[in-house]
Write a protein that binds this ligand. Structure first.
Ligand code: C5P
Length: 237
């Protein structure tokens, strides 16, 4: 059974493997997943990902793959061999999505589609030549495509979670970044949501970086977030 703490994905956004390893050690057993993104991967973090996976942790490799199909397929296959539990892929076309599904094969790796990066607005899309739909409409279209291709879930801001849930159905995962407990600094995130509100909006997992990594007491921070999730679940359930 998924408990409240299992829904917390801590983003180990450090450039030093040592700092990331230290925080992972402190939070072991208190959160569900450790996310390792490009900053850490390009600083030696892939070894840490394998180390955590070998120790039985759920590891999320946030690599946002996008390349020709063959390369995406082989890269996904290589990620599956690391023992990671989750991988992100840009959900921009079926060739990319199908290639990742093929690369995942029979492994337990869960594939998550990145629909529209949340820092992009309609003007940025216009620059990319996308003029016939808004960022929100494009996100729904891509979420549907990812689900149809066999992806396990999508990354979505809390504000689109309910609409995406209608499109992808109950069986797909919705992973929500941009989480800020009440009273914490929003940093560069524009559209933030509290943990409780994001869970009520339909998120299955919350990606949380700076509210934990920057906290004076990271363990106390995750425990407060766990309590808030438990409360939101009991209200929803
Ligand atoms: O520190 P903060 O809680 O804002 O970190 C959020 C994490 O989620 C970062 O690792 C960031 O790269 C990731 N993310 C995001 N927005 C997206 C996709 C991923 O904030 N749309």
């Amino acid at each position: 059974m998924t408990t409240a703490k299992d829904r917390i994905i801590v983003a180990l956004d450090f450039s030093s493997v040592e700092e990331a390893r230290e925080l992972a050690k402190r939070l072991r057993g208190r959160v569900g997943v450790f996310k390792i993104g490009m900053e850490l991967v390009y600083s030696g973090g892939l070894e840490l990902a394998c180390e955590l996976a070998d120790a039985g942790e759920q590891v999320f490799l946030d690599l946002k793959l996008l390349d020709i199909g063959h390369t995406v397929m082989q890269a996904t296959r290589a990620v599956a061999r690391t023992g990671a539990a989750f991988l992100t892929v840009h959900a921009v076309d079926e060739k990319t999505l199908n290639a990742a599904v093929e690369g995942r094969g029979n492994s337990a790796l869960k594939l998550l589609g990145v629909t529209v990066m949340t820092h992009l607005d309609d003007r940025d899309l216009e620059q990319q030549g996308i003029v016939d739909r808004t960022a929100a409409q494009l996100a729904l279209h891509r979420a549907q495509m990812a689900a149809d291709c066999g992806f396990d879930g999508v990354i979505s801001s809390g504000y689109e979670a309910a609409a995406i849930r209608k499109v992808v159905g109950a069986d797909r995962l919705i992973i929500t970044p941009g989480i800020r407990p009440a009273g914490t600094d929003r940093g560069d995130q524009n559209r933030v949501m509290t943990p409780g509100r994001a869970i009520k909006a339909g998120a299955d997992y919350l990606v949380i970086g700076r509210p934990v990594t920057g906290a004076a007491d990271p363990l106390a921070a995750v425990e407060a977030i766990t309590r808030e999730i438990t409360e939101a679940e009991s209200l929803a359930g």
